[in-house]
Design a binder for this molecule. Structure first.
Ligand code: ADP
Length: 154
């Protein structure tokens, strides 16, 4: 990974999978010039979801969130590139889709906070924690995209 690049954890939630939005969401990151370095599909075990959303465990919607996130397969991804943590959040849009700008994933595809189709790490520290939670080091790829090096980065 080049010095100016960083990694973030992006997930297509079960509603995004059921609504066939996996390709659309991945395409947006690819088209922006970000590099896919980790990818897996699974129905997440309850323990993993509880660790992932540990900070929200006292919130009233937590049981509903656990049921939603465990309701079917999700797609977990790691994307790499310049400022990708903050840019990934911007591409997802606000947590509440009704407050998300058109042009963002949530602003284009969702209406309800409890069905907001995607997750993205909200800080570099969260990205490191979440990538470590969902992926083993050997499941992450290291490669140079020559096109990006020449045509995406200055
Ligand atoms: P984000 O996913 O944008 O980082 P949070 O970490 O605050 O947002 O919340 C995690 C997830 O919990 C949200 O994406 C959403 O699916 C769900 N959630 C948050 N707040 C609510 C709420 N008030 N009612 C139902 N679900 C919620």
């Amino acid at each position: 990974m080049a010095e100016r690049e960083e990694r973030t954890f992006i997930m297509v939630k079960p509603d995004g999978v059921h609504r066939s939005l996996v390709g659309e969401i991945m395409e947006r990151f690819e088209q922006r010039g970000y590099k896919l370095v980790g990818l897996k599909m699974m129905t997440a075990p309850k323990e993993l979801l509880e660790m992932h959303y540990h900070e929200l465990r006292e919130r009233p919607f937590f049981p509903k969130l656990m049921a939603y996130m465990g309701s079917g397969p999700l797609v977990a991804m790691v994307w790499e590139g310049m400022d990708v943590v903050a840019q990934g959040r911007a591409m997802l849009g606000a947590t509440d889709p009704l407050k998300s700008a058109p042009g963002t994933i949530r602003g284009d595809f969702c209406q309800a906070t409890g069905r907001n189709v995607c997750h993205g790490s909200d800080s570099k520290a969260a990205a490191a924690r979440e990538i470590g939670l969902w992926f083993r080091e050997q499941e992450l790829s290291h490669y140079t995209n020559d096109q990006h090096a020449k045509w995406v980065y200055e």
